[in-house]
Write a protein that binds this ligand. Structure first.
Ligand SMILES: [Zn+2]
Length: 247
């Protein structure tokens, strides 16, 4: 039985029988895997504290012939989002992990997705403001899938999008203010667009230095919810929970 060791990101776990868990994790070098962590539900388990969503860890696992589930030998956390300790941040880690899980196909290597996830964990652990971090993460995960609308120019007239943009109802492109019908669709102010341009260049740890007004944050939240709903064909359970928490 070949043993693999890899850097990985824990995405989620399920109960298995009386004492075990199934762990879904994204490896840097071999894509997403599902494995059995024997005894993980016991009070004194070597996996205790290592299986929270978005934990960065060194993982060793065996692949078994003809079996989809690998057998996990150990999970050695290198960075845990629990280090942050703010309830709001911890409320989001399940959401980040669920989005990565949705978009990472089984056993398909996607190092950029892995690096995005790992950088988000570092930012949560460094107590970066979580609202900005969530918008940053949504922007990047949609970009990596190639489905974030262009911000460089209006697709209708080729003009710039510096003063603001609108995503018309039923369309998924940002039009300039002269091409979009006023009062319909989802609007992004100049400030919201500036945040996206900065997010494109900045590492997430630097988000603390970007200011975002409550209004611009709401615009981006609405636009992202529309884009995610379109490309996922469903609303994530964790996203619904987060929205109820905010109310
Ligand atoms: Zn235009």
């Amino acid at each position: 039985m070949p043993v693999y060791t890899s850097e990985a990101l824990i995405l989620r776990t399920y109960k298995l029988g009386e004492a075990d868990r199934i762990v879904v994790f994204l490896t840097r070098d071999r894509g997403k895997k599902r494995g059995v962590a024997k005894g993980a539900r016991r009070a004194k388990s070597r996996f205790t504290g290592a299986l929270e969503p978005m934990t960065r860890a060194g993982v060793a696992y065996y692949e078994r012939e003809q079996r989809e589930l690998v057998r996990i030998n150990y999970v050695e956390p290198t960075r845990s989002p629990l280090a942050a300790g703010t309830g709001e941040a911890l409320g989001h880690v399940g959401y980040f992990a669920e989005l990565i899980d949705e978009w990472a196909p089984e056993a398909h290597v996607d190092e950029r997705l892995y690096r995005l996830g790992a950088s988000i964990t570092e930012a949560v652990a460094a107590s970066v403001p979580v609202q900005e971090l969530a918008l940053y993460f949504e922007y990047w995960i949609l970009r990596l899938q190639g489905v974030y609308p262009a911000l460089s120019a209006c697709p209708a007239c080729g003009g710039g999008l510096n003063d603001g943009a609108t995503m018309p109802a039923g369309e998924h492109a940002f039009l300039c203010l002269s091409c979009a019908r006023p009062g319909s669709g989802t609007s992004l102010s100049r400030e919201a667009l500036a945040f996206l341009r900065a997010a494109r260049l900045a590492a997430p740890e630097r988000l603390a230095s970007l200011t975002l007004s409550a209004r611009a944050a709401r615009e981006l939240e609405t636009a992202h919810r529309r884009l995610l709903a379109l490309h996922l064909d469903k609303e994530l359970k964790s996203a619904r929970v987060l929205r109820e928490m905010r109310r």
